[in-house]
Design a protein around this ligand. Structure first.
Ligand code: KIV
Length: 267
């Protein structure tokens, strides 16, 4: 199986390759082993690990150490995949900090690229420096969960002319700074298509319609691993929450308990 290469993506754009880019999140070794044997193009070790694995309310609490731990586990399980690791909140608040922390994440996880949210001027400079150092970078605009409090919640972006124009220029700036692809999260489908048409690099959408060059989903939503209902843009293809619960219940039914043990355990 061929591993995707950022230069190939850039050169031919995905339309040239003839298929949309598939990307799923992953947070552990065994799931990564399974994904490694599939045709999936890209794995994202998202900081959504904070929500779906660690039970944090937002992604803001995720630390660099946690990202190194989860992304290196994924990379060990998926040596043949192009794995992108998220830079967590507060680890790229300045140019110097961003360079140092990206190096740590990239080097210790052995992933192929890092992803960061936003396109402020210092972030564009950071991206440029990272690419020069040899660290491929994926951009992420629209709904950026690390800024959820600043953005005022979770909602669709680019609904009016001003914000649409702002997102188009951010996408262009990110491309000029050197990102190899851009995640468009919860951007209105028509704007996502407009941005996609204007760029030479691929866009990867989530909750942004079906006209982007690729799609990314949180694997726990796709498989419905959790108790909560997945976001409405994700149609779960299985119900692993119920399935796993059913197996545990079946196991417990067959489990032999003596009356004596029960009394002892449940006092
Ligand atoms: O952390 C994550 O899972 C992400 C995706 C939603 C793109 O950034």
């Amino acid at each position: 199986m061929k591993k995707l290469n950022t230069r190939i993506i850039k050169k031919h754009k995905l339309k040239g390759l003839g298929y949309p880019l598939s990307m799923l999140t992953c947070y552990d070794y065994q799931t990564a082993q399974m994904l490694d044997e599939t045709e999936l193009d890209l794995i994202l070790v998202g900081d959504s690990v904070g929500n779906v694995i660690l039970g944090y309310e937002t992604t803001i609490k995720v630390s660099l150490e946690e990202m190194v731990m989860f992304s290196s586990a994924v990379k060990r399980g998926a040596p043949n995949k192009f794995v992108v690791a998220d830079l967590p909140f507060g680890t790229y608040s300045s140019l110097e900090e961003g360079i140092a922390n990206s190096k740590t994440l990239f080097q210790q996880s052995e992933c192929e690229a890092v992803k960061l949210e936003g396109a402020f001027p210092y972030q564009l400079e950071l991206i440029n420096r990272l690419v020069q150092i040899g660290i491929p970078v994926m951009g992420h605009i629209g709904l950026t969960p690390q800024s959820v409090h600043e953005q005022g919640g979770y909602y669709m972006h680019g609904k009016d002319q001003r914000t649409a124009h702002d997102l188009i220029s951010k996408a262009r700036d990110l491309q000029a700074a050197g990102v190899f692809a851009i995640v468009l999260e919860c951007v209105t489908p028509s704007l996502a298509q407009q941005i996609t048409d204007q760029l030479d690099i691929p866009t990867v959408g989530i909750g942004s319609g079906d006209k982007t060059d690729g799609q990314v989903l949180v694997i726990n939503d796709l498989l419905k691993m959790g108790k909560e209902t997945p976001p409405n843009f994700c149609n779960p293809m299985a119900d692993f929450y119920s399935l796993r619960q059913g197996v545990v219940q079946k196991y417990l039914k067959n489990f032999q308990k003596t009356e004596k043990n029960e009394n002892h355990l449940y006092h």
